[in-house]
Design a protein around this ligand. Structure first.
Ligand code: CU
Ligand code: ZN
Length: 210
């Protein structure tokens, strides 16, 4: 991604392509801004960094589900270089655990099948949301309550919303499965590939948002 404006580390001015000049006090460092922005003064102080985009801009993405009676959204927020916060709110799933993964492609021409396998840029075996032996796209399970609510958030490492990062998940797809993901602990070959999460119930492309 090309930065939409230029600024130096020392200058407090940041000139956007459309000519708008940001010259707000920077009480917070870029690094601190990337960890999350809270409150007015921090928002102001961090604004030039966001507006300048580029590698370190705060980025957000969303996957909108509407398939086979499953509806809702999954939001992604870049927290650090290597960490993304995932916020999900879905309806239409049966109570219990459901495998939840980023699959390699955002290609849904053949339904969820053309999304292909789990996003695995480092050539690892299937695992859970944490640990070292896992696909980057392994987001573990999400849980649907007895009342049918599937809502929550978690943070996950090894993925990014930055185009320049080879672990970028923008343009790929999010899939929710019929069964519980065994997180690679199933003692069979399939467990090391898919976690035996079963049918692909619904899928959605991960796209940029504000
Ligand atoms: Cu999957
Ligand atoms: Zn996997």
């Amino acid at each position: 991604m090309k930065p939409c404006c230029s600024h130096s580390g020392k200058s407090k001015k940041c000139i956007r392509k459309d000519g708008k000049v940001f010259s707000l006090p920077r009480r917070f460092t870029r690094k601190r801004c990337l960890q999350g922005v809270k409150g007015f003064s921090m928002r102001s102080s961090c604004a030039p960094y966001n507006q300048c985009g580029g590698k370190s801009g705060i980025k957000k993405a969303v996957a909108v589900f509407d398939m086979n009676g499953i509806k809702g959204t999954v939001y992604f927020t870049q927290k650090t270089n290597d960490q993304v916060l995932v916020d999900y709110n879905l309806e239409g799933l049966k109570p219990g655990f459901h495998g939840f993964h980023v699959h390699e492609y955002g290609d849904l021409t053949d339904g969820c099948e053309s999304a292909c396998a789990h996003f695995n840029p480092t050539g690892k075996q299937h695992g859970g949301r944490t640990g070292t032996e896992r696909h980057a796209g392994d987001f573990g399970n999400i849980i649907t309550s007895e009342t049918g609510e599937t809502k929550g958030s978690f943070s996950v490492k090894g993925v990014s919303l930055d185009y320049n990062n080879d672990k970028c998940i923008i343009g790929r797809s999010m899939i929710v499965h019929a069964d519980r993901d065994d997180l690679g602990k199933g003692n069979n070959e399939e467990s090391k590939k898919t976690g035996n999460a079963g049918k692909r119930l619904a899928c959605a492309v991960i796209g940029l948002t504000r």
